[in-house]
Design a binder for this molecule. Structure first.
Ligand code: ADP
Ligand code: MG
Length: 250
C-alpha cells in the first residue's frame, strides 16, 4: 500500500483538485482510499459522500474505530476498468482533530498507526491535507511515501514549497516531494516565465503542468474528477501524467 500526501502550507493551491484526480487515476490500477483530512470537507463533497465520520475522529485516532468501519464508497460515475474509491469523510468532529492528535500517544505517528489497518484493503491511499503546518500535516507527511505539492506560479507559493521542504526534512524518514505547477495561465507572462524557469531552479518541481482551466472548477458542479466528464481535455491528461510520476516515486 502506497500513501500519497497531497500537501502544501498554502490554501487554495489545487490540493483537493489534485487529490481527487489522482485518486481517479490510481483507481485504474487498484483499490483507493481518499482520506479527507481538511475540516473544510471539499473532497468529501466532491465525492458525494455524506459529511459524517462514524463515531467521530476521536474514535478513529484511538483505534476504537478502524478505517474499514468509517470509509464510505465514493459516489462517482462508474467507468469500466476502474476500481472503487473509498472515502474517509471529514465532519464537524474535525474541529477537535488537532487537540485529539496532540493528546494522543505518539502524536506524530497516529495517522500512520491508523493507516496500518487499511494495508490489506487498499493499494493506494491519498491524503487530502489541510493547509498550514499543523500536527495533522506532520502526521500526513510522516505516513506518506511521497508528498505531492501544487505550486501556483507566484512568489508566495515558492515560500510554501520551502515550508513543505522544512516540514518534510523534520520527519523521521523524509519522503520525496513531487511538486507541480498548478493553475498556470499561459496568457500571463509571469506564468509563462514560471513554467519555463521554476522546474530548472527547484529539483522537486516536475515537468507536468496543470493549467488554469474552467474544467477544474466544473468538478464542483459535476462532483467528479475531470477525466469522467472531459476525458480528452488536456487537464485530464496532465493529472494522468502526474499520476504516472507519483506512481514511480511511491
Ligand atoms: N487548475 C485549475 N484551474 C482553475 N481552477 C482551479 C484549478 N485548480 C484548482 N482550482 C480552483 O481553485 C479553488 C481551490 O482549489 P482546491 O483544489 O480546492 O485547492 P486547495 O485544496 O489547495 O485549497 C477551487 O475552487 C478549484 O476549483
Ligand atoms: Mg483542499
Amino acid at each position: 500500500m502506497k500513501v500519497v500526501a497531497v500537501y502544501s502550507t498554502k490554501g487554495g493551491a489545487g490540493k483537493t483538485s489534485a487529490a481527487l484526480n489522482l485518486a481517479w487515476e490510481a483507481s485504474k490500477s487498484g483499490r483507493v482510499l481518499l482520506w479527507d483530512l481538511d475540516a473544510q470537507g471539499a473532497s468529501t463533497y466532491l465525492t458525494g459522500v455524506k459529511p459524517k465520520l462514524k463515531g467521530g475522529v476521536a474514535k478513529l485516532l484511538t483505534g476504537s474505530n478502524g478505517i474499514s468501519e468509517v470509509a464510505r464508497k465514493a459516489d462517482l460515475p462508474s467507468v469500466d476498468g476502474h476500481h472503487r474509491i473509498d472515502v474517509v469523510p471529514a465532519d464537524d468532529s474535525y474541529r477537535e482533530l488537532e487537540v485529539r492528535l496532540d493528546a494522543a500517544k505518539g502524536s506524530r505517528r497516529r495517522l500512520q498507526k491508523v493507516l496500518k489497518d487499511a494495508a490489506g484493503s487498499y493499494d493506494t491511499v491519498i491524503l487530502d491535507c489541510p493547509p498550514g503546518a499543523s500536527l495533522v500535516a506532520e502526521n500526513a507527511v510522516r505516513s506518506a511515501d511521497v508528498i505531492v505539492t501544487p505550486v501556483p506560479p507566484a512568489a508566495l507559493s515558492l515560500r510554501s514549497l520551502e515550508q513543505v521542504r522544512e516540514l518534510v526534512a523534520d520527519s523521521a524518514k523524509p519522503a520525496p516531494i513531487l511538486a507541480f505547477l498548478s493553475m498556470v495561465d499561459r496568457r500571463k507572462l509571469t506564468h509563462r516565465r514560471a513554467a519555463e524557469e521554476l522546474p530548472a531552479e527547484h529539483s522537486e518541481i516536475v515537468d507536468v503542468i496543470v493549467p488554469a482551466s474552467v474544467v477544474v472548477e466544473r468538478m464542483g458542479d459535476e462532483r467528479a474528477p475531470v477525466a469522467t466528464f472531459a476525458p480528452r481535455h488536456h487537464v485530464a491528461q496532465a493529472y494522468a501524467d502526474l499520476w504516472r510520476l507519483v506512481a514511480q516515486h511511491a
